[in-house]
Design a protein around this ligand. Structure first.
Ligand code: G
Ligand code: G
Ligand code: MN
Ligand code: NA
Length: 253
């Protein structure tokens, strides 16, 4: 209840913001993209973490407006970076309720037209839960989104039960290996073997593979050798405000 009120207020008074976490090329190490992540700051203080407020936003349906706001904001930011000579890809998380909403494609299309962002610079991150929420029309919707030029990635890959069949059935460009796998690859031989197999399989299906939650050089080296194309995690940078992210872009040039 309290979180819901804070969220409603935040939405009306522009207190939501996005932070950006670098995605780097696994071989070259330079920044090729950013994941946009929601934050809720009141008077400069983080009042609730996403793990606290996203579930409330989903339960109350507020996630549909919040998600639309986040998508537009991320596209505007990427357009601005593109204009400044940094054509990096922006990834935005899509929640099940947002994806289910009948006008999802039309909204996405309108935001692309309105912001003028090259759709090839936008990637939507969908979890299995999101894919499942789409019902019978899901594959058609995914195809339309890709025909518009937007990339799709399967987020938190490995957590669900259907991961492998999802990869076969849904037309996605990339998959993101979830943090728990990455954490254990250097601890546990089975996790290492499974992760290597997932990467190999995804590559043979012509998908990009991005590892998330990469925190150490040892993890990074393992993943690069296993064929991961991109990486994200504290080793390369935590989620940060847009201004900080821009400094990183300039340094990389
Ligand atoms: O860094 P982090 O604490 O930002 O993210 C916590 C969780 O909140 C993650 O599961 C992430 O996917 C989710 N999340 C962050 N931003 C968004 C967003 O814009 N939309 C949705 N649906 N989920 C988000
Ligand atoms: O669920 P999703 O992957 O969309 O959200 C990313 C979440 O993971 C964010 O909360 C972000 O702050 C967090 N995160 C990003 N990089 C790392 C990392 O290297 N280690 C840990 N523990 N968390 C991370
Ligand atoms: Mn994500
Ligand atoms: Na994830």
């Amino acid at each position: 209840q309290r979180i819901e009120n804070v969220l409603r207020h935040a939405l009306a008074h522009n207190e939501l913001l996005l932070q950006y976490q670098p995605k780097v090329d696994a071989k070259l190490g330079h920044i090729v993209g950013a994941e946009a992540l929601l934050r809720l700051h009141v008077n400069g203080e983080e009042v609730f973490t996403p793990d606290q407020f996203i579930p409330v936003a989903e339960d109350t349906g507020l996630i549909v407006s919040i998600g639309t706001w986040a998508l537009r904001e991320a596209c505007l930011q990427a357009r601005s970076w593109q204009r400044d000579g940094h054509p990096i890809a922006i990834s935005v998380n899509v929640s099940p309720l947002q994806f289910q909403y009948a006008g999802f494609y039309e909204r996405l299309d309108a935001i692309l037209n309105e912001t003028g962002l090259d759709p090839r610079l936008l990637e939507l991150e969908l979890t299995e839960r999101t894919m499942m929420s789409g019902g019978d029309g899901t594959i058609r919707l995914l195809r339309r989104i890709r025909q518009r030029g937007v990339r799709l990635s399967l987020d938190d890959f490995g957590t669900g039960y259907n991961s492998l069949s999802y990869l076969k059935h849904f037309p996605v460009d990339a998959l993101k290996i979830e943090r728990a796998f990455v954490r254990d690859i250097t601890q546990d031989a089975e996790t290492a073997a499974i992760t290597r197999a997932i990467i190999g399989m995804a590559r043979s299906l012509n998908k990009d593979v991005i590892a998330e939650g990469v925190e150490t050089e040892v993890q990074s080296a393992f993943l690069r050798d296993a064929g991961c194309s991109h990486m994200q995690g504290f080793l390369f940078g935590a989620p940060m405000p847009a201004e900080k992210f821009e400094e990183r872009l300039v340094v990389t040039d």
